[in-house]
Design a protein around this ligand. Sequence first.
Ligand code: HEM
Length: 409
Amino acid sequence: MQPAFDVDQLSRPEVIRNPYPYYDLLRDQSPIFGYRDYPPGTMPGVDDPKPSWVVLNFEDVAAVAWDHESFSSRDSLQEESSAPSLMLVNHDRPEHSRLRKIAAKAFQPSSIKSFAPQVDALVAACMDDFFVADQPVDVMADYCAMLPSRVMAHLFGMPAEMDRDVNNWATAFMLSADIGPEERQAYNVEAMAFFDTHVKEQMDRIAQGKEIPGPLLDAFIRTEVDGDRLSFEEIVRFCMTVTVAGAETTSFYLGNLITVFADFPDIWRTFADDPGQFDAIYKEVLRFHGPPQRLFRVATRDITIGKADIRRGDWVACFFGAANYDPDAFPNPYEFRLNRKNASRHMSFGYGIHRCLGAPLAQLEAESTARMLRERYRQIERAGEPVWQDVSLLNHGLQSNPVIFRARD
Ligand code: HEM
């Protein structure tokens, strides 16, 4: 008989470390009410989380994420908190459409592809800085933490030595580290103050007809759609949004990719023999070890999802991570498989109008990392037990991931 497990236990450390068996215990009852946890940007120890519905089945998660009219992304708890509200992520239509049109142009896949040479250079430099062949390295301590932050710093034209600041700002906002409310708040204030000054300086340079160093910030400032541009304040908030949405998720993703290479030698061998398999590996890692486990919505009207009568104003936690392990959508979900016919249907980039805007950039960083690991090393071995973070279900990822990269002969 299965041990009793209640929805209000979903925030326990052992669940956060490995949530999938616990989702299985609750999936038949989903949607189920009574979960309390913090949305990103709120302050544990200061803010008071609202009790919410938990949605675990693939079809129900897709229905909630798709129905942006019945499920709002505006987060009253975050709006009332002292943290800055995010662009797009916390906007509903029509404002979301206006912002997304401009941001999508700034982020268009062809522009992101043009960043490839710089991303490759940052990947190579990060590997030179942090990896020593044939000795244990904790890839989470440096490489996975710093690469996405260095990419962000580069794209915003920030001084390269601010990479640790970017990392601290993202970690404080995303709640995955056990830090106190004062420190969290101090990081938010520091980040907003930096972007405020930095964006002002870069806009002045552009107004004087000069070039600026950060290609993404340049695009945020110059992009115009139907005569509409982002205001100064919107650009500052976009910088903050992209920092918190893009740095930590990608850090965890890279750690999860390397852990798959270390724990499944046959997957590493498949990739080493045929790098064309990367796309399949990349997608299955997103399903198998997807970073975002759940995000919140708020019902804008009374609505029935599955067996649940959800009332207007109710909070709903959309468990993308549980949808990825729903056996009705992905048979034998605990098996890492490269031949799933529906591999692209994983929910780790969300679904619907809020689907991740930065996915092509995340893919660029992951692909470049895998390609350079293959060029430099013949094997990746485990050098100690991986430790999964157990502070927040927002992101499933490793706190420490010791491996040995075996040099090519
Ligand atoms: C593997 C890495 C990443 C994962 C797993 C991920 C995941 C997600 C998810 C699940 C959403 C949907 C949020 C929702 O439905 O409320 C999202 C949205 C978003 N992501 Fe990502 N993300 C990643 C990397 C990035 C990067 C690198 C950037 C930017 C450089 C980025 C920027 C954004 C933005 C701006 C949104 C908001 C889109 C909107 O609301 O219209 N993400 N991401």
